[in-house]
Design a protein around this ligand. Structure first.
Ligand SMILES: NC(=O)c1ccc[n+]([C@@H]2O[C@H](COP(=O)([O-])OP(=O)(O)OC[C@H]3O[C@@H](n4cnc5c(N)ncnc54)[C@H](O)[C@@H]3O)[C@@H](O)[C@H]2O)c1
Length: 212
């Protein structure tokens, strides 16, 4: 079904004729209310941004992508509406998971550029291999989507600069998750060492992802 959300522009256009304004806008409001009741996506589109759930598209939905999907299922402010993966088996599993967990539909794409074209997606979660993060974040910003991108955000300083520039140019919110910098336990350990409370030093082990 086509959606016809009541946009500010549509309302203004319809009410531009002097004298007709109130009657026309009342008709439009009634028509849009009926349309919204029949089509939840239309209701979502018509709601002001502050009242809308954030509609998420996931790019790369295997290991960490599935972990992130499960985490966002628990967020009432978010709604997963689309998934993308170049691997069709991974894609089919993720789509089925979303539909089972949310009870709603989920669009599926093998080309992330098509997902970015969708007007039903407000923001994207990028969980592809590291070398894709910069380009997909920049393309998402250009498409008007906000971004949550897995760590490492990028592989080079030049890519990072281009990502920051794209986020600022297109006024997007871009966040990256690096839990070993933000997790409570790591923060506490860091503060203990910095405060000098840890008088004794001991050998310790640490793990970093391989730079391949
Ligand atoms: N924050 C964390 O704790 C954490 C943990 C694990 C992984 N990660 C990060 O998540 C990212 C993915 O890691 P993973 O373990 O999930 O890898 P993975 O190989 O399991 O999943 C990556 C998926 O991306 C898909 N893909 C590749 N190129 C694509 C493209 N151009 N468009 C769409 N899909 C594409 C692959 O087919 C695959 O299904 C990495 O950057 C990794 O560093 C973060």
């Amino acid at each position: 079904m086509m959606s016809h959300p009541l946009s500010r522009r549509r309302l203004l256009r319809a009410t531009a004729g002097a004298g007709l304004g109130l009657a026309v806008s009342a008709d439009l409001l009634a028509a849009d209310a009926a349309h919204a009741a029949a089509d939840p996506q239309a209701a979502q589109n018509a709601a002001p941004p502050s009242e809308r759930r954030i509609r998420l598209g996931f790019i790369g939905v295997r290991n960490q992508g599935t972990n992130n999907l499960r985490a966002f299922f628990r967020q009432p402010a978010a709604q997963v509406v689309a998934v993308c993966d170049v691997d069709r088996d991974v894609l089919a599993k993720a789509k089925a998971l979303v539909e089972k967990e949310t009870g709603g539909g989920c669009a599926a794409y093998t080309d992330y550029r098509k997902l970015l074209e969708s007007r039903d997606v407000d923001a994207v979660v990028i969980t592809t291999p590291d070398h894709w993060h910069a380009l997909q974040t920049i393309h998402a910003c250009e498409a008007g989507k906000d971004v949550y991108c897995e760590k490492p955000l990028t592989l080079t300083i030049a890519e990072g600069r281009a990502m920051v520039d794209a986020a600022r140019r297109h006024k997007r919110i871009v966040q990256t998750g690096s839990q070993q910098r933000s997790d409570d336990r790591f923060r506490q350990a860091c503060e203990i060492v910095r405060s000098g409370r840890s008088a004794r030093s001991r050998p310790f082990g640490s793990a970093f992802p391989a730079l391949t």
